[in-house]
Design a protein around this ligand. Structure first.
Ligand code: FAD
Ligand code: FES
Ligand code: FES
Length: 475
C-alpha cells in the first residue's frame, strides 16, 4: 500500500491504496465514477478511456489512456479526467450534444470513451482537422451504433471548433470558452505543483521477485488477474522528459520513450518522415501513449513492431543493473522463444542506433488481419545505404516467421556489396526463406506467412529498385 495523491476531475485525492490495481477499478469501485466503462480489459475496446494530465513546466499536457491497463501508482501527481469531469452543470457539452444530435450513440456504452479521446485531441491541437480527429478515436470501438454517425458527429465538432481565436488563446482556454471543459481546469497546474512527486532518478530492482512495469500494456493483458498482488517497480516516470537526441554518430532514446513520443519525435521525423504515418498502425492512440520502446523489446514478442524496426537499424541496448552497465546489440538479445539476454535486475536504460546518412534508405512493412488495432501477422524492415548504386550496411529483420524477432543475417550479408539486379534479388528471396521457420497459428498458416514475408520483401525492393522486380516475383 502506498499513499496516492492525485486529482480526479475536480477532487483532490489522498488515499492509502494498492498501486498495482488498475485506475479503472479505482475509479469505479472506490470513487463510484461509473461513466468510465469496463469492456474488454485488454486495451482493445476503448470503453475505459480517460485523460491523464501531467505537469510539464507550468502547463498540463493531457493524453488519452486505457484506464484498464494503467496501474494506479502511475496516477500519483497526475490529473485524472473521466467523463464526469467534463460535464457541464446543466446541459450536455457541445461534443456530447453532437453525438446525440447526429445519432452517434445508442446504448451509450462506448460513448464516454469516444468523447474522452476526442476531448484529448481538441486539447492537444490548435488547428483541428476532421481526418486527425477521426484518428484520435482509433482505440474506440462502437458495437451497436455503427461508425458513420460517429464520424458525422466528429465532423460537426471539428467544424464548430475551427474558429480558434488568433491571439492569446490556448486550446484549454478555447475549450473552456466553448463550454467543452469546465473552468476548474485552469486551477489544475497550481494544484498539481503542490503535490510532492519524488523524481525516480536512480532505479534499483531491490527484490529479486519484483516485476518491472513501464507502460503496463503487455503486463496488464498477460497477468490481468494477478498484477494487483505482485511486488512491482513502476518505471514509467524514469527518464521523464528526456527527449530523443542525436550526436555525430548515433540516435539515442531513453528506454521509457513511449511509442507515441517516438512516432512524433522531431529527430525521427527528420530521418524517417514516413514512420509517423506507418506507426499509426501500432495499437491505438491510448496504447501508444503508454506503450514503451523498452517494453516492446523485453516482451520479446516475435511480432513486436518497434523491435522489428530497431533490429534492422542495428540498435544497441544499454542495460543498467544498479551501479553497473553493459551494452549489447539488439540483434544478439533474443536467445529463444521469450528468452532474452537480460538478468531480472537489469533495466534497459537507453537504446541507440547509427545516425542515418544522406544515402541511407529504410522500408518498414506490416501486414495484420485487421488494418487498425492489430498486431502483425508478419512484419519486416529493410535498412541499407546506397554507395554508387551498391548496397552496403544492409539489415533486414522479419517478425512472425520464427520463435523470436529475426535478423536475416545471411540475406543481409548476401545483398551487401551488390549492385542489385533481378537475379540477385531472386537469390535474396530464396535465402530469406531458409532463415525462417514460421508456424501455423491464429494469424495464418506457416505457408501463408512464408508467402507474406516474400511479398513484403518484394515491396521493400519496389520502393527503391522498381525496375528490377520481375513479374514472376509479384505472384
Ligand atoms: C490493444 C493492444 C494493441 C497493441 N498493439 C501492438 C502493435 O500494434 N504492435 C506491437 O508491437 N505491440 C502492440 N501491443 C503490445 C504492447 O503495447 C507493446 O509490446 C509495448 O511496447 C510494451 O511496452 P510497455 O511499456 O507497455 O511494457 P510493460 O507491459 O510495462 O512491460 C513489458 C515487459 O517489459 C519489461 N520492461 C518494460 N520496460 C523495461 C525496461 N526499461 N527495462 C527492462 N524491462 C522492461 C517488463 O518487466 C515486462 O516484462 C499492443 C498491446 C495492446 C494491449
Ligand atoms: S476495457 Fe476495453 S480498452 Fe479498457
Ligand atoms: S452506442 Fe452502443 S456500443 Fe456504441
Amino acid at each position: 500500500m502506498n499513499i496516492l495523491e492525485c486529482i480526479i476531475n475536480n477532487k483532490a485525492i489522498e488515499v492509502l491504496a494498492n498501486p498495482g490495481i488498475v485506475v479503472l477499478d479505482f475509479l469505479r469501485q472506490h470513487e463510484h465514477l461509473m461513466g468510465t466503462k469496463e469492456g474488454c480489459r485488454e486495451g482493445d475496446c476503448g470503453a475505459c478511456t480517460i485523460l491523464v494530465g501531467e505537469l510539464h513546466g507550468n502547463e498540463v499536457i493531457y493524453k488519452s489512456v486505457n484506464s484498464c491497463l494503467m496501474p494506479l501508482g502511475d496516477a500519483h501527481g497526475k490529473h485524472i479526467v473521466t467523463i464526469e469531469g467534463i460535464n457541464q452543470p446543466k446541459e450536455l457539452n457541445p461534443i456530447q450534444h453532437a453525438f446525440v444530435e447526429d445519432g452517434g450513440t445508442q446504448c451509450g456504452f462506448c460513448t464516454p470513451g469516444f468523447i474522452m479521446s476526442l476531448t484529448g485531441y481538441c486539447l492537444n491541437n490548435k488547428q483541428l482537422k476532421s481526418s486527425e480527429a477521426i484518428h484520435s478515436v482509433d482505440g474506440n470501438i462502437c458495437r451497436c451504433t455503427g461508425h458513420p454517425p460517429i464520424k458525422k458527429a466528429i465532423h460537426h465538432i471539428v467544424d464548430g471548433l475551427k474558429k480558434f481565436p488568433k491571439t492569446n488563446g490556448t486550446p484549454l482556454t478555447h475549450l473552456i470558452e466553448q463550454n467543452i471543459l469546465p473552468e476548474y481546469f485552469l486551477s489544475i497546474p497550481k494544484r498539481l505543483e503542490a503535490i510532492n512527486i519524488a523524481p525516480l532518478v536512480d532505479v534499483h530492482i531491490e527484490e529479486e521477485h519484483m516485476t518491472v512495469v513501464s507502460g503496463g500494456t503487455d503486463l496488464y493483458v498477460q497477468k490481468a488477474f494477478s498484477m494487483h498482488a505482485e511486488r512491482t517497480k513502476r518505471i514509467s516516470s524514469w527518464q521523464k522528459h528526456v527527449p530523443i537526441t542525436e550526436d555525430e554518430t548515433l540516435i539515442h532514446l531513453p528506454g521509457t520513450t513511449t511509442v507515441e513520443e517516438f512516432r512524433l519525435s522531431p529527430v525521427i521525423a527528420k530521418y524517417f518522415p514516413e514512420l509517423k504515418t506507418q506507426f499509426e498502425l501500432f495499437g491505438s492512440t491510448p496504447i501508444r501513449n503508454r506503450a514503451t520502446v523498452a517494453g516492446n523489446i523485453v516482451n520479446a514478442s516475435p511480432i513486436g513492431d518497434m523491435t522489428c524496426l530497431l533490429i534492422a537499424l542495428n540498435a544497441s541496448l544499454r542495460l543498467r543493473d544498479g551501479g553497473s552497465q553493459r551494452t549489447i546489440p539488439l540483434r544478439q538479445f533474443y536467445k529463444g522463444y521469450k528468452q532474452i539476454d537480460k538478468k531480472k535486475s537489469e533495466l534497459i536504460e537507453s537504446i541507440s542506433f547509427p545516425l542515418p546518412k544522406p544515402n541511407s534508405r529504410l522500408s518498414y512493412e506490416k501486414v495484420s488481419r485487421r488494418k487498425y488495432l492489430d498486431i502483425a501477422s508478419v512484419n519486416t524492415t529493410m535498412a541499407f545505404e546506397l554507395n554508387n548504386d551498391r548496397i552496403v550496411n544492409c539489415g533486414i529483420s522479419a517478425g512472425g516467421v520464427g520463435p523470436t524477432p529475426l535478423f536475416l543475417a545471411k540475406t543481409s550479408e548476401y545483398l551487401n556489396g551488390k549492385i542489385l539486379n533481378g537475379k540477385y534479388f531472386e537469390d535474396a528471396l530464396e535465402i530469406a526463406q531458409t532463415e525462417i521457420s514460421p508456424i501455423s497459428d491464429a494469424r495464418g498458416s506457416a505457408e501463408y506467412k512464408r508467402l507474406l514475408l516474400r511479398q513484403l520483401m518484394v515491396t521493400h525492393c519496389m520502393k527503391y529498385f522498381p525496375g528490377i522486380v520481375r513479374k514472376e516475383s509479384l505472384v
